[in-house]
Design a protein around this ligand. Structure first.
Ligand code: HEC
Length: 159
């Protein structure tokens, strides 16, 4: 009688062990490796993939005016950090990065009227850097897609 009980208990234990093992390994295998963690985890994979390029462009081309903080310089270079003007129209931000801008604009209550010349030559680069801006400098404001900027015309560059 005792032997039978022991046998049943060990069978039960083996079954438990095997099911818990099988169940535990499955979700880990299904996780997409590159997109699971990090500051951009909540963004679509194609947007995440542009971030290294966006960061490189920002650090080489934008910091001189908009600063490493994205705060700009009051009344001279507008902020890209928590900027109401930028967030009001992401496609416009891509167009301005591509074609430059020479307007009187009010950003967070301050007026800017210096000219910004075109900063990048392709829509891919403009979208990458704006997506980088939208998710750095205290911004967490979504993203803009290549499809959304299809209608932007790249103006001929002044020589
Ligand atoms: C030589 C200085 C300079 C550089 C470099 C520069 N900008 Fe600007 N940027 C300006 C100025 C000046 C304005 C305001 C233009 C106006 O009044 O029409 C501006 C405006 C903007 C705006 C619209 C205003 C806002 O706050 O949203 C965006 C977006 C922008 N810049 C993005 C960029 C990006 C991205 C880069 C780098 C790829 C860049 N800029 C590089 C000077 C610069």
């Amino acid at each position: 009688m005792k032997k039978v009980t022991l046998f049943v208990i060990s069978l039960f234990a083996i079954t438990l062990f095997m099911t818990s093992c099988g169940g535990g390994s499955q979700p880990a295998a299904e996780q997409p490796a590159a997109t699971a963690t990090g500051p951009y985890a909540d963004l679509p994979a194609d947007i995440q993939a542009m971030m290294p390029r966006g960061e490189e462009i920002y650090k080489t081309k934008c910091t001189v005016c908009h600063q490493t903080t994205g705060l700009g310089i009051d009344n001279v270079f507008p902020p890209l950090s928590k900027a109401d003007y930028l967030l009001a129209d992401k496609v416009r931000a891509v167009a301005q990065t591509l074609n430059g801008s020479k307007l009187d604009m009010v950003v967070n209550g301050k007026t800017y009227s210096q000219e910004m010349v075109p900063q990048v030559d392709t829509k891919e680069d403009a979208v990458a850097v704006i997506n980088y801006v939208l998710n750095n400098f205290g911004n967490k404001d979504g993203f803009v897609t290549m499809a959304e900027v299809q209608g932007i015309e790249i103006k001929p560059r002044k020589k």
